[in-house]
Design a protein around this ligand. Structure first.
Ligand code: TEU
Length: 557
């Protein structure tokens, strides 16, 4: 593996700056706060930080609405603070990955401000405008945050497209000037020395140009993995990513394996790797997010199998459970009370030992949980508040039902402040936090975790170390050993020298697996366990798995 492919044995840590660490008393995190925690990240052993947007922004969508790509949001600090973070991170061997949001800009961006109300503006064509039909938007596409994807510009009587909030206007990538500006933006950060880019909803940038009504859906099939998306990515990659050797990860909303094989193809003409979200829709019955539901374990395994076998040798995927849009995994698929420690570790091992590059979202490494908010006033997220309005105020869902749904599904579940210690506000801020903190912070916090060798933190640290020292985790093939098993995600990673057997019980109930004949009596080394390491083991026909047990056994061939 070349030095260029450093990210294949790396683990990346995602920071949501607003909720990470406040260096003052503003009640929201900042860049200096991040710099002050680099030693903590160094101890965990991560190779890179992905920083969600820190650019100038009105923060309607917490920075995913960018008003100036070349400026730091003053609430997060200054460009000097950023340069200092970059330098100190590099000194500690930690790379920095910037979040680039170029499917849309904030409506406060100067391009949009110039375009609004003026058909003659040189920036009018930077966005997507259509005349209405009988006082309605020109097609029936829906915003991902609810309601029509079009908003009216009264002065010109045309609608602009916004696939997300109405304050996030979609850029018109058909216009070559837009693509030139996008390259300038990315190059500005590459020149500063940042090591890579996470590209927000990048598979939505190319829209089918007839903007037809979607009679069977919300319009997504007309712009997801759209007609010119690969061409656009190749253009940007050639102009910037390849020139600077940047690592890139594309966030791919509702994508397909076939497209991802091309996005992340090993020839590196587009992106280094992709995030897809199919495994995080296993608790969306019939694709519906806004309903309370258990997860479908059989479906989860099928999705892992499909992607692991489909990308092997062809492309590269990101491995993850958590980010700033997803509820906390230990509350979602695990058990965040009785088996908190066991299930947090099992879930970690289950994804980290597959092929790809693992991502850890701040707080995941100490098993942070959903906060269990009970009042609407505790929520801040634009999507959650929009959905409340649509489903309760304008719809038929009751307030109580919606509060139960938000408690399970809201993006705010992951956005509560990082729990550093048991002091006031979990050590996050000396001011008033912008969003509430989970009540369990006196027990679940980084300081307590660091003092306990059995903590979730040290388990993640070990997973990061194993990835660097056990090659089969990176290069091995993947086979599902027990596709029909109702509790166990058990898979085999294999290369020419070794096999790694990974067994994960997803439930709080003991169970058994029956190993194939060819494994019986083989001797292996347990390299990971959440119930105490046993060292050398001889495999038996039957293996009993305790509640939420995870075990990984390395076998030399
Ligand atoms: O998210 C895109 C996306 O498709 C989601 O995961 C989104 O949160 C989900 O559809 C809502 O149900 C990215 C960012 O990660 C997210 O924070 C932004 O709000 C969004 O793009 C728009 O920039």
């Amino acid at each position: 593996m070349s030095q260029q492919d450093w990210w294949k044995t790396a683990t990346i840590y995602q920071i949501y700056p607003k909720s990470f660490c406040d260096s003052s008393d503003k009640g929201m995190g900042d860049i200096k706060g991040i710099t002050s925690k680099l030693d903590y990240l160094g101890l965990l052993g991560v190779d890179a930080i992905w920083l969600t947007p820190v650019y100038a922004s009105p923060m309607i969508d917490n920075g995913y609405d960018i008003a100036d790509y070349y400026a730091i949001n003053p609430d997060f600090g200054s460009m000097e603070d950023f340069d200092e973070l970059l330098e100190q991170a590099h000194q500690k061997g930690i790379r920095i990955i910037m979040d680039i949001v170029v499917n849309h800009t904030s409506t406060q961006h100067e391009w949009f401000q110039s375009a609004l109300g003026d058909k003659q503006s040189p920036y009018r064509d930077y966005y997507i405008w259509k005349p209405g039909r009988n006082g309605q938007a020109s097609n029936n596409w829906q915003s991902k945050f609810g309601g029509s994807a079009w908003a009216l510009d009264e002065a010109t009587d045309e609608y602009y497209l916004h696939l997300f909030a109405k304050e996030q206007a979609d850029l018109n990538w058909e216009n070559p000037a837009v693509r030139e500006d996008v390259k300038r933006v990315i190059e500005f950060w590459a020149q500063k020395g940042v090591d890579g880019f996470r590209l927000d909803v990048i598979n939505l940038i190319s829209k089918q140009q007839d903007f037809a009504d979607d009679h069977i859906g919300d319009g997504r099939r007309f712009y997801t993995d759209g007609p010119r998306v690969h061409e656009y990515l190749q253009e940007i990659s050639e102009a910037v990513f390849q020139k600077y050797g940047s690592v890139t990860v594309g966030e791919m909303s509702s994508t397909t394996l076939e497209h991802c094989q091309q996005y992340s193809a090993l020839d590196n003409k587009e992106l280094s790797m992709v995030f897809n979200f199919h495994h995080l829709k296993v608790d969306y019955p019939n694709g519906e997010k806004w309903t309370k539901a258990d997860f479908d374990f059989a479906q989860l395994k099928q999705i892992f199998n499909h992607w692991q076998t489909g990308l092997n040798g062809k492309g590269w995927g990101a491995l993850f459970w958590c980010n700033h849009d997803q509820p906390r995994i230990v509350s979602r698929l695990g058990n965040d009370t009785r088996y908190h420690n066991e299930s947090a570790k099992m879930l970690a091992a289950s994804v980290h030992l597959m092929q790809g590059t693992p991502y850890i979202f701040q707080g995941e490494e100490i098993g942070m949980t959903n906060p269990g908010f009970t009042e609407l006033s505790q929520y801040r997220d634009v999507e959650s508040l929009n959905m409340y309005k649509l489903m309760v105020e304008e719809g038929t869902t009751s307030h109580d039902e919606m509060m139960a749904i938000l408690q399970q599904k809201s993006r705010d579940n992951s956005r509560t402040p990082m729990q550093w210690n048991s002091n006031t506000n979990a050590g996050f801020t000396s001011g008033t936090p912008w969003i509430g903190i989970a009540e369990n912070y006196p027990e679940i916090n980084a300081q307590t975790a660091l003092q306990d060798q059995q903590s979730v933190f040290y388990f993640y640290k070990e997973l990061i170390r194993l990835r660097k020292t056990v090659p089969v985790i990176t290069d091995g093939s993947y086979t599902d050993m027990f596709p029909e098993h109702e509790q166990v995600h058990g898979y085999l990673r294999e290369n020419t020298d070794t096999m790694l057997l990974c067994l994960n019980n997803y439930f709080g109930k003991e169970t058994e697996v029956a190993l194939p004949e060819s494994f019986v009596a083989l001797t292996g080394q347990q390299i990971l366990s959440n119930y105490g390491l046993e060292g050398t083991v001889t495999l038996d026909k039957k293996m009993v798995m305790k509640p939420y047990e995870t075990v990984a056994i390395l076998i030399n061939k």
